[in-house]
Design a protein around this ligand. Structure first.
Ligand SMILES: [Cu+2]
Length: 255
């Protein structure tokens, strides 16, 4: 407990610099939307308030309900709006502007990002938490690229947003769109990934027609085990090599 209080106080002092990060701004067709309008707002971890930046504290518990959409995100379902997006569009999760004046608030952890979709039963998005739902499917993986800085590095590194493409043949309907950005701590003997999770509410329009097989789906929480070597490999493989892994969980569904 003492340690936690101590970290909290130090955190307060460095809050103008950075303190992990969170993605509160949904981007549709390259246009930023207001903070928390389409992304479910998350809570500050108990014992860490009242600082807004503590919303950025990552998830460590892969089996927590908070691993699905972020800390207590379902409490925000009713005040979150649902963004119209067209299948094939590029959408993005942008960091909050709350700390822009610090001059260095960006994605400063190394790691991949993935996006998942889960269609709300009866398209009733505001009553859908996604927790325990077993039809989540992965739609995109953002890994490493020779075009990254440095070449061969993680695409998201030192950026302010992460972009994903909505597959053309996703059946139209209302979905939770889940961002997962994971950094595994290098040189740490304990495999303890820092997981950054948020969910947007989206109404996907399009032709549909995509085909699914059982292997496309997974369940949150429950998709991952801390022993999954895809977490370990995140620390030990070169990013370009890690690209083949596409992160833990199912392969990217392409329609
Ligand atoms: Cu961090």
């Amino acid at each position: 407990m003492k340690a936690i209080l101590f970290l909290g106080q130090v955190g307060a002092l460095i809050s103008s610099v950075h303190a992990h990060y969170y993605f509160s701004i949904f981007v549709v067709n390259k246009t930023e939307t207001p903070e928390w309008k389409y992304i479910r707002d998350v809570a500050i971890e108990e014992g860490f308030g009242p600082y807004t930046w503590q919303k950025g504290r990552p998830q460590y518990d892969l089996d927590s309900p908070d691993f699905v959409c972020g800390r207590s995100a379902f409490l925000a379902a009713n005040k979150t709006e649902t963004a119209d997006v067209v299948a094939g569009d590029i959408v993005g999760f942008h960091l909050t502007h709350e700390f822009d004046d610090s001059g260095n608030y960006d994605i400063f952890h190394q790691g991949y990002a993935s996006a998942f979709l889960a269609r709300a039963p009866n398209d009733d998005i505001t009553s859908f938490s996604g927790v325990g739902y077993d039809k989540w499917f992965k739609i995109d993986f953002v890994g490493a690229s020779m075009d990254a800085i440095p070449p061969g590095g993680w695409i998201t590194y030192q950026k302010t947003s992460i972009n994903f493409t909505i597959p053309e043949r996703v059946p139209p309907g209302k979905y939770l769109l889940r961002l997962e950005h994971i950094m595994n701590r290098r040189n740490n003997e304990i495999n303890e990934p820092e997981c950054y999770i948020q969910c947007a509410q989206v109404n996907i329009m399009g032709q549909g027609g995509g085909v699914f097989i059982n292997e496309d789906f997974t369940k949150f929480p429950g998709a991952y085990s801390i022993d999954d070597e895809k977490f370990t490999k995140l620390s030990t493989l070169e990013p370009m090599e890690y690209n083949k892994e596409q992160g833990p969980g199912p392969a990217v569904w392409t329609g």
